[in-house]
Design a protein around this ligand. Structure first.
Ligand code: HPA
Length: 236
């Protein structure tokens, strides 16, 4: 086992879906996977391995924010040999054309975090998605009839901050949405030579504040996002 995951080597598939909320990991395991077995409950960060359309796939919560996802992604990659990591989460729209319930595929992630700068103080490391996963997810989402945007996102450390107006200016320059994990996940994937992608459902909008969703609508969109993530993971 690693420090934060109690699984044995071999218990975790080499492809994993990563929601922030561990109860969403449980939901995915119960509703999408067959023969799912729980491999982690350390800190309640539930993880499961099962099969999806006959292929071995895992799903695990990561918690919120870059420090938390970095712990789990690093251990999944370096201790358990995970090679494909797809985050499925929510994001706030920064762009008038990106609406609540739309899907955003994070082609690149800018960040205000110092996590990457700590390792590369003189460089702006380009945090980008794996193109193969991005390309597959885009076509799968389109084929499912979803409204999907591809472009950059902003990964921040603070959900509550005084920088909303500045973040919206980035939106005016084409950044689609703000979230809290993609940049660190992409950086770690590059560092450890594995593939990563962030798929986000827009849960709220900083520029269209009147947009709202019912709980049922949110559930349906999240379910679509999980389908896109799982289909992308098993697609050759
Ligand atoms: N900010 C940061 N992260 C988020 C948001 C937001 O508005 N919505 C969903 N995740």
């Amino acid at each position: 086992m690693s420090i934060h995951i109690e699984a044995k080597v071999g218990d975790i598939a080499d492809k994993i879906l990563l929601p922030g909320d561990p109860l969403r990991a449980k939901f995915i395991a119960e509703n999408f996977l067959e023969d799912a077995v729980c491999f982690n409950n350390v800190r309640g960060m539930l993880g499961y391995t099962g099969t999806y359309k006959g292929e071995r796939v895992s799903v695990m919560g990561t918690g919120m924010g870059m420090p938390s996802i970095s712990i789990y992604a690093t251990e999944l990659i370096t201790s358990y040999g995970v090679k494909k990591l797809i985050r499925v989460g929510t994001a706030g729209s920064l762009n008038k054309d990106v609406h609540v319930r739309d899907l955003v595929l994070a082609q690149a992630a800018a960040t205000t975090s110092s996590m990457i700068k700590n390792e590369w103080p003189l460089y702006d490391f380009p945090q980008i998605a794996d193109f193969d996963l991005l390309d597959k997810a885009y076509h799968i989402a389109k084929d499912l009839g979803m409204t999907v945007h591809t472009g950059s996102v902003l990964s921040v450390d603070a959900f509550y901050s005084d920088f909303a107006d500045t973040n919206i200016k980035l939106g005016e320059m084409g950044v689609k949405a703000v979230e809290m994990e993609a940049a660190a996940l992409y950086y770690l994937a590059a560092k450890h030579k594995v593939q990563a992608l962030g798929i986000m459902t827009i849960s709220d909008s900083l520029v269209n504040p009147d947009e709202d969703t019912t709980a049922q609508e949110r559930q349906t969109t999240f379910t679509d996002m999980m389908k896109v993530g799982l289909e992308t993971l098993i697609s050759d």
